[in-house]
Design a binder for this molecule. Sequence first.
Ligand code: NAD
Length: 356
Amino acid sequence: MVRRTEWLFTWFVNNIYIILYSLREFLNLLLKKNLKLKHFKTSMPKTILVTGGAGFIGSNLCEFLLEKESAKIICLDNFFTGKKENIASLLKNQNFVFVEKDIVDPILFDEKIDQIYNLACPASPIHYQANPIRTIKINTIGVINTLGLAKKHNARILQSSTSEIYGDPLVHPQTEDYKGNVNPIGPRACYDEGKRIAESLFFEYHRNHKLDIRVARIFNTYGPKMAKNDGRVVSNFILQAINNDDITIYGDGKQTRSFCYISDMVEGLYRLMNQDYVGPINLGNPEELTILQIAEKILELTESKSKLIFKDIPQDDPHRRKPDITLAKNKLNWQPVIPLNDGLIKTIESFKSVLS
Ligand SMILES: NC(=O)c1ccc[n+]([C@@H]2O[C@H](COP(=O)([O-])OP(=O)(O)OC[C@H]3O[C@@H](n4cnc5c(N)ncnc54)[C@H](O)[C@@H]3O)[C@@H](O)[C@H]2O)c1
C-alpha cells in the first residue's frame, strides 16, 4: 500500500507540468464554449410582435423598430382603423411581416416571440364609440388572448394604456398614483373602463403568472400617419385649416390638452420595453395648452382663412389634461424633445403631401 502511494506521488511530481497544462487547456475549452453560447444567445435575432401595428402609433413604432433593432417585426392588425398605406413602405423590408388578424380571436404563433407591444384598440371617440361592446371585447377578451400569447412564449409584453384612465381628473397634473375620476356608465366608459380593466389584467398576469409586463399611460399624441377622419383634435384642426373650412371647437375651448409628438412617444415606449421598470408610467408632453390656443397655432402655421365655430361639448369630455412625467424622467431617462411648433410643422407637411 505504502509502495503504491509512493509510486503515485512520484508519478504526480514527474508529470505535474503535463497535468497542469491539460487542466489549463480543459478550462480554456470550457470558457470558450461558454462564451460561444453566450454570444449565440445575444446575437440571436429577436422577434417582436406589434398588435395594432397598422395604426397611427403602431406603424410609426414598427418603422422605428426596423431601424433600431436587427429583429424580425411582426405587425398584426385587423384594419379596423389602421391602413395598408401606413405599412406599405415597411413591407419591402425583409424583417417585416404583416399578419391580418383580430386579437379578439385566439392568437397562435409557432415561432418564438420575444416582445409584444399591445396597441390594438381604436383610440378616437368616433371609432371606439361606433361599437362600444366590441371596444370592451378588445380590452378584455383581446387583452387576455394577447397576455396568453405572452405567457406561452415567456415574452415581455407592453400595454398601451391611456391618460383616459384618469377620466375627468380632479388632480392636476396627473401622477401615476392618482386613481382617476371615470364615469363607468357614460359613452366613453367602453374605452376608459376598458383600458382600466386591461391594466388590471396585466397586473394579475404579472402577480399570478410572473409575466414580464410593462404598462405605459399614453397621453395625446400627434404626428404623421394620424387618420384623417377620426375627429382627433390636431388632425381635425389641420385638415379644416388646410381646406379653409370652419374649425370646430367643442365647448368654449378653454379645456386643456398636452400633445406629444410621435417620435418622442415611440422612443418612450421603446425605452419602457427595454428597461426594468414595470409601470404604470405616464408618457406624454407636459406642455399644456387650451384647445383655443392649439387652434390658433394651427391657423397661424397653415396661414389659413378658416373661422372658429363653437359646438356643444361631448359628455364626460375631460376639462384638463397634463401628465406628470417625473417617473418617466427618473426611470427611463425620457422626456419629449420635439417642441410643439416643430411637431405641428412636420404634421402639417405630411397631411399636405398626402392630400396632394
Ligand atoms: N394616439 C393617442 O393619442 C393615444 C393616446 C392614448 C392611448 N393610445 C393607445 O395607443 C394605441 C394605438 O393608438 P393609435 O392612436 O395608434 O390608434 P389607431 O386607431 O390609429 O390604431 C389602433 C390600431 O389597432 C387596430 N385594431 C383595432 N382593433 C383591433 C383588433 N381587435 N385586432 C387587431 N387590431 C385591431 C386598428 O386597425 C389600428 O391599426 C391604442 O391602444 C390606444 O388606446 C393612443
